[in-house]
Design a binder for this molecule. Structure first.
Ligand SMILES: [Zn+2]
Length: 195
């Protein structure tokens, strides 16, 4: 039998994305062995994040400024990639397929969870999109991603904005964050205009 405090710690890590039961146990044991040094540094990291990290007013990316450094940058292609999370931005930035601007939705429409497209970060999307020569929708090709992509493409195409979508090749249902760099590059290069 594990002590309750240890069980709770394991459960807490297990509830984090991508952490299975075995990994949660390993992390918990590691913390028990190094509790003083870890709690001190973790506390200060979390404090800094709580105080300094915010969402960019323009695109929704995470930043320590009011406007993130991608939005303030002037030497990028005038293309706007619509993504689900800031993690997806890091993914595109790591690959050198394209140097665009981004728009983060912070979620996807989900009928069973009663999340409508209007609940996403889209308040300034149309207004932003008008300033770009192309909007590339790069959402995971699962049901939620498809519903959201349809909504956004209708919204933007009614304004005469050019809308494209990543080429297939990303496994159906896969989250963008698990896609490797080569697949991502080919999905960008073979993107198709939305009919
Ligand atoms: Zn930004």
């Amino acid at each position: 039998m594990k002590p309750d405090s240890l069980e709770n710690l394991i459960k807490r890590f297990n509830s984090l994305p991508g952490i299975g039961k075995k990994q949660a146990e390993r992390i918990a044991y590691h913390i028990i062995r190094n509790v003083d040094s870890i709690s001190e540094s973790l506390e200060s990291d979390l404090k800094t994040i709580r105080e300094n990290i915010t969402n960019c007013n323009e695109c929704g990316n995470i930043t320590e400024e009011e406007i993130c450094d991608i939005c303030t940058s002037e030497n990028r292609e005038r293309r706007l990639i619509v993504v689900e999370t800031p993690m997806d931005i890091f993914k595109f930035e790591e690959s050198d397929a394209i140097r665009p601007y981004y728009h983060v939705l912070h979620g996807l429409a989900n009928i069973s969870k009663n999340i409508n497209p209007e609940d996403l970060n889209i308040r300034n999307l149309k207004e932003r999109a008008l300033k770009y020569k192309e909007v590339i929708i790069a959402l995971s090709p699962n049901l939620e991603g498809i519903v959201t992509a349809n909504y956004i493409s209708h919204l933007l195409k009614s304004e005469g904005i050019k809308v494209t979508q990543l080429a297939q090749g990303i496994p159906l249902g896969a989250a963008l964050e698990y896609v490797d760099e080569i697949t991502l590059k080919s999905a960008i290069n073979n993107r198709k205009e939305v009919e």
